[in-house]
Design a protein around this ligand. Structure first.
Ligand SMILES: Nc1ncnc2c1ncn2[C@@H]1O[C@H](COP(=O)(O)OP(=O)(O)OP(=O)(O)O)[C@@H](O)[C@H]1O
Length: 616
């Protein structure tokens, strides 16, 4: 298990940024984008087209073996070219080849031997072909190509963050990117591949169930809200009621009426997540069959109490699936979708401004510009360990959006957070529960004492057992009167005792209900079956592999940086050397032009200085 002896206060910690490039979708393949990342591009030429507008802007790439690709807005070229150059029903490749022939006729060669989007996982680098100039290179904490699965991303990046949350830190994972690039796929997952959110649940519970000490008590609760059209909605409430953010607390954002569900297993949390996701606003667009129309935040709170130290640690994990930025032209949006898109883009633009302000160390960070940035305030520049997952697609059609996402992601790397372990916060629910349990126990004790006091006096010896002659006048009438009174008292006190007993058992039920919410460490230890044990061993191995890989990427980045620095120094040196050589040559030439015996050119003389001044 991941135990930590880290200090309470972590040093400034930068936001970790990860890029994930999804594979081409079937739709993109059908539209002919496939080759954009799979074939080897050798050069780029300018096309001369019958359409003047096209001949000015169209760059395309001559590829081996024969295909040619237009790098910029592919649909625009296709639409334009299909009508003019080739017959409509000819296969895609034909017009590529036609262009290729034209390109070969063109003598102007623009040197750009690159692919469109290329991910270098071993370097954490993403390379994007730039049709207008030099290709763009972005380096991140990690970069994943279309072959990477969510398990790898979880093990390499998210697992350590969730371990920190279990240790009392705040953590945030948020997916950012253009619509249809795989944010929900990465965060929630699909029936075929579990996403980061359910993986975090399993990780969390594996830790709780196997944590060694039964002296440790845990309380896990979750909430799920979405930001739809600038309204915060409770996805766990029946009617998705609107909520108000009541200002920023020290310990993350604060929404007082938000539903909080206490969970006792990973499965329960997955059920809660699914129920909430069903309520989330979604719709169809041309870019995504099932597009999220809201920003969603799943908040997990893990409270841990230690019986011996009497300390409570509270870790909060925000799992955020943002809605994607989108262009109206590409999404083919209806009126409703447009209204949603406008709000989505507005909130994302505020997020972009916050990222820029933080990256530039600006004195004012515009958190209050949108509810999204208020919710993410703590995760960006605050008390949290944060991972940003920037999702991109490989198709050239989305070149501009891809570069924008990569730029923001790159900027986010500069954001520094100050994570502090949350120890004994005032609002810990676990403390409230423990205090309530103590109070109820004390009440039960009091009631038991009252019960003992109310216990009826001992019954007097039963004289009624002796046969009594009804003919004889009662000689002990006074005694009988006392007995009736005694029975009456007895009945009354029995009723009172029953009442007390039912109140006591009600209190005991309340205690049980409260205790049921709490989970003791090691509770599931004996129940661990072989499968779970093997899973834990596998998780541990994956973690070790992930750490090794991370070290290798860091090492490679360091080598790249050193090589880059060496190259810059060498280039600068070569340029300086060239300058010196040039100046020397000019100086020699100048000297040659002077009369050989002229004393004016002797070094150190005023004439010499005058003579060389022009050389400088
Ligand atoms: N890494 C991946 N591997 C395979 N398929 C993927 C991957 N990423 C995304 N997809 C597929 O791409 C489609 C769009 O993904 P998803 O809905 O997650 O995008 P999104 O970024 O959440 O979009 P939006 O912002 O519109 O909600 C889905 O069909 C999804 O299964």
């Amino acid at each position: 298990m991941e135990k930590s002896a880290r200090p309470r206060t972590a040093l400034n910690e930068c936001v970790k940024v990860v890029v994930r490039c999804r594979p081409l979708s079937q739709k993109e393949k059908n539209e002919g984008y496939e080759e954009l990342i799979t074939i080897n591009i050798v050069d780029v030429r300018r096309v001369t087209s019958p359409q003047p507008r096209l001949s000015q802007t169209a760059f395309f790439v001559d590829c081996r073996p024969a295909a040619v690709m237009v790098m910029r807005d592919i649909s625009f070229y296709r639409n334009t070219l299909q009508g003019t150059e080739v017959q409509k029903k000819q296969p895609e490749r034909t017009w590529y080849e036609r262009l290729s022939t034209r390109a070969k006729e063109d003598k102007k060669l623009i040197d750009a031997p690159l692919q469109v989007v290329r991910v270098w996982p071993e370097r954490g680098t993403v390379q994007v072909y730039n049709p207008k100039g030099e290709d763009k290179l972005f380096t991140y904490d990690a970069a994943y190509d279309c072959n990477a699965d969510t398990q790898t991303i979880y093990d390499e990046m998210v697992r350590p963050l969730v371990a920190s949350v279990l240790d009392g830190f705040n953590g945030c994972v948020f997916a950012y990117g253009q619509t249809g690039t795989g944010k929900t796929h990465t965060m929630e997952g699909t029936p075929q591949e579990e996403g980061i959110i359910p993986r975090a649940f399993r990780h969390l519970w594996a830790h709780i169930e196997t944590s060694a000490s039964p002296d440790v008590t845990h309380l896990v609760s979750c909430s799920y809200v979405e930001l739809y059209l600038e309204d915060v909605r409770d996805l766990l409430a029946k009617d998705c009621k609107k909520l108000t953010i009541r200002g920023q607390e020290l310990n993350g954002f604060y929404i007082p009426e938000m539903t909080s569900v206490v969970c006792r297993s990973a499965e329960e949390m997955v059920r809660v997540m699914r129920a909430g996701s069903r309520q989330r606003a979604a719709g169809r667009t041309d870019m995504n069959e099932h597009s999220s129309r809201s920003h969603a935040v799943f908040l997990v709170t893990v409270e841990t109490a230690h019986r011996t130290t009497k300390r409570i640690r509270v870790g909060k994990l925000n799992l955020v699936d943002l809605a994607g930025s989108e262009r109206q032209r590409k999404t083919g949006a209806s009126a409703d979708r447009l209204r949603e898109a406008a709000r989505i883009n507005q909130a994302l633009s505020s997020l972009g401004n916050v990222i820029s302000a933080l990256a530039e160390n600006s004195p004012h960070v515009p958190y209050r510009d949108s509810k999204l940035t208020r919710i993410l305030q703590d995760s960006l520049g605050g008390n949290s360990k944060t991972i940003m997952i920037a999702n991109i697609g490989p198709a050239a059609h989305h070149y501009d959006e891809t570069v924008t996402t990569l730029r923001y992601a790159h900027r986010a790397k500069a954001i520094k957070n100050k994570p502090v372990r949350n120890e004994d916060p005032k609002d810990a629910k676990l403390r409230e529960y423990q205090a309530e349990i103590e109070r109820l126990r004390a009440l039960i004790e009091q009631r038991k004492a009252v019960e003992r006091r109310k216990r009826p006096p001992r019954a007097r010896p039963v004289t009624a057992l002796q046969p009594h002659d009804p003919q004889e006048p009662p000689d002990n009438a006074e005694e009988d009167a006392v007995s009736v009174e005694h029975e009456h008292i007895l009945a009354e006190s029995t009723a009172a005792i029953e009442q007390e007993k039912s109140k006591t058992s009600e209190l005991e039920r309340q205690i049980l209900a409260l205790e049921e919410r709490l989970v003791r460490g090691g509770a599931g230890k004996d129940l661990l079956n072989n499968l779970t044990r093997s899973q834990l061993i596998l998780d541990q191995r994956n973690l070790e592999i992930a750490e090794r890989k991370k070290r290798e990427v860091e090492m490679q980045q360091k080598i790249d940086l050193e090589e880059e620095t060496t190259a810059i120094v060498t280039n600068t040196f070569a340029t300086l050397q060239q300058e010196v050589d040039h100046k020397t040559q000019r100086s020699v030439a100048l000297r040659r032009r002077l009369p050989r015996d002229s004393h004016l050119a002797r070094p150190g003389t005023a004439h010499h200085r005058l003579g060389t001044a022009g050389v400088r």
